[in-house]
Each structure stands twice: as structure tokens, then as C-alpha cells.
Ligand binder design. Sequence first.
Ligand code: SAM
Length: 426
Amino acid sequence: MNVYDSHKMAELLRGSHDLELTAHAEEADVVVLNTCSVREKAQEKVFSDLGRLAELKASRPDLVIAVGGCVASQEGEAIMSRMPCVDLVFGPQTLHRLPALLDARRTTGVAQMDISFPEIEKFDALPPTRAEGPAAFVSIMEGCSKYCSFCVVPYTRGEEFSRPLSAVLAEIADLVARGVREVTLLGQNVNAYRDYSDAACDVEFADLLAEVSALPGIERLRYTTSHPLEFSSRLIAAHGALPKLASQLHLPVQSGSDRILGAMKRGYTAAYYRDLVARLREAVPGISISSDFIVGFPGETDADFEATLNLIAAVAFDGSFAFAYSPRPGTPAALLADTVPEPVKKARLQQLLALTDATAASVSAAMVGSNQRVLVEGPSRRNVRELCGRTDNNRVVNFAGPSALVGQFVDLTITDVAHYTLRGRL
Ligand code: SAM
């Protein structure tokens, strides 16, 4: 989501101030830090990066330093007072005001801050997504209203808010006209999607998937992230009914212990999650399911962690993002004693990742010899004379072929595997 937002910022400043992207801060007229505060480590990095930028600004007083994203949203005042080098502070919901903030800074000479939540205004004010290949991200909803006890997102990105269906469809049709064949629908909880512009408010995520999948030119569809709550029977049925919907799903569970899930305020049990996965697999046999986990939540015992390992073994997750719990200021869990010692968190993290990595590796190994349809995205990262594409279950495949295939779907036979990356032959 932050990558998507960063692209939007670059597009905005290109349009308004003719600014071009550079990879080197030393060459920049404006440096924008787009920040994340979901874990403490990411947040600390902002202040150390600002320290380095302050030195650069000492030799180049015209340099404009801007801080956007969730750290800005949460720590705006502190950034302004602790870091006098900062000229602009804006939140995830005010990034569309960046050009105006930059003008205001330059004309008044005074640092500017806007971390309000004007919600839908942002979607209307953003430039259309640039097609930089045959696969693109499209944001369909923003924010989160789940208020999990550990999570800072509702406070930094605001509550759930969806774009009108017509706006989403228009953006995707425009992307198709520019060569896009696959879209990934983006949001904190995409399955909380509702089209508020529809008076009855009965257009939900399953309907949006059906509409996007019916657009001529769209050949594959993914989404991220969904939440186990609001994963309706209609959404499960959509997975069975829409062949363009990729056979892959990232469905964060966080823990396999009901006690911890309760303390996290996730609103479901491990049995509910297992039943959901079983119903999905009934609709789409072989669907690849990955997940997010937090280890070391306050009060997590060995038995709780064991329950998470049991859930992982039962579901056979095809990969995971796992994190050691870090208390976030302003969240209810931050008031609990952080009881699990760091070395225990680390050990649990490694054990968990080893388990999900092993399943992912065996899924990859089982793909050798199979035929896979991939969307050719461009040259391979390791060897520019080769091409790379993505399978339905989201694995990168490198293969030899003519560059004219970029942007098309091709059929490959998988010949080899190195962990998550595959090799194939046309
Ligand atoms: N909205 C999705 C959900 O809750 O199912 C996931 C999005 S969340 C912003 C991304 C991931 O960051 C979470 O799934 C969780 O695993 C992790 N995360 C969030 N807060 C955290 C915290 N305080 N400590 C460690 N990991 C955290």
C-alpha cells in the first residue's frame, strides 16, 4: 500500500511541479519520506533518516524535506518540534494535497502540516495510475474499522472508506487501454468494500470482483489484504465462479490460540478460520493460502504458540509474513505488559517461518513438471536476457523467450525450482 501511495506522490509532483524521480537524495530538490508505523522498527528508521537529511540540508538550505505516511499521521507534532529540518508533514489521507503544501511552504517560508482525514476527496484528487507493465495495483478502499488491540492502522489511516464502483471500474478500464492485463485490488480489508454511492449500499466486494472480472481485457485478478471477518459466503462462491480470480489468497490469521485471538480482538476463533479455509478449498481445490502472524503478543505462552503451530500444520500455509509483537502507542495492547522476552519472540518467529517456508518450498517443488500460465512482466531481475512472469499462485518464473512476449500470457513447463522462484520453458 505504501508503494502504491509513493507512486501516487511521484505522479502528483511530476504533474504539479515537473519533478522527476531520482534515486539519490543529494540530487533532489524535494525529499519525501513515506513512512510506516505498523511496527516500532519502521518508525525509528524515520528519525534516523531525518538526522542524515538534516546534514544534507545544512549544505543545501533550499532542499525541501517532507514526511508523509502513518508516522507523520501519528507523530506529526513531534516531528515538527524535534526535527526543524522538516518542511512538510502530511498523512496517508492528505497525500493529494502535497503540491499545495509545497507551494505554501515556498511562498510563506513556514513549515506546513496537514494530517487530517478528508477520506474520499483523496481518491477524487489523485492522478490515474500509470501503467508500468501489464500488472497494476488499484486501490478500492482505505482505512480500517476493526480496531485489533495491537494495531495502529485505524488511528493513522482512519476508518474504512470505499471508492464508488463506477470509479474503480473506470480506472481499471483505463489501465486495460494502456496494456494492463492483471490487477491487484488494494485495501486494508478489501472484503469490507461497500459501494456507498449505491443508495441501498448492497454492492459488496463479491459484486465488485464479478464486475471487474467482466471487463474486457482483464485476464487475471488478485486482491490484498482481506480479513477473516466479512469473508462472506458470496465471496467464497465468487472464488469458485470467477475463473479470472487467481487461485491465491493472503488471509491474515495472526495466531492459532483462541485466548490470544480474543485478546487481540480479532473477532474469530481458530476453528472459524479453519472452517473458512475448508469452504474456500471446497470452492477452489488447491487454492494457495498465505497469512500474517504476530508472535510474542502479551501473555502468549508456549501452549498458545503451540496452537499457532498446530493451525499452521493443519492449514498448510503457502508462505507467511510473521512479526515479533511490538507495542504501538495509542493501541489498547500497548497498556498490557510486554511479557514475552525478546529472545523468546525471536526463537518463535524463526520456528514459525521455518514451518511456513517448508510448506511453500514443497508446493514449489510439486510444481516442477507442471504446466503454468504466466503473465510475462518483463526482463528477469537476475538475467536481463531472460524474461520473468507470475503464476496463478503468485510465484515468479524465469525463462528464456523473445521480449515480444512481455505483456502477454504464455504457457510454461516448470523445469526447476530455487526456493520460491521457478524456472520454466516455453
Ligand atoms: N488488515 C489486515 C488484517 O488485520 O488482517 C492486515 C494488515 S496489517 C496493517 C499488516 C500486518 O502487520 C498485520 O497482519 C500484523 O501481522 C502486523 N502487525 C500489525 N500491528 C503489529 C504490531 N503491533 N506488532 C507486530 N506486528 C504487527
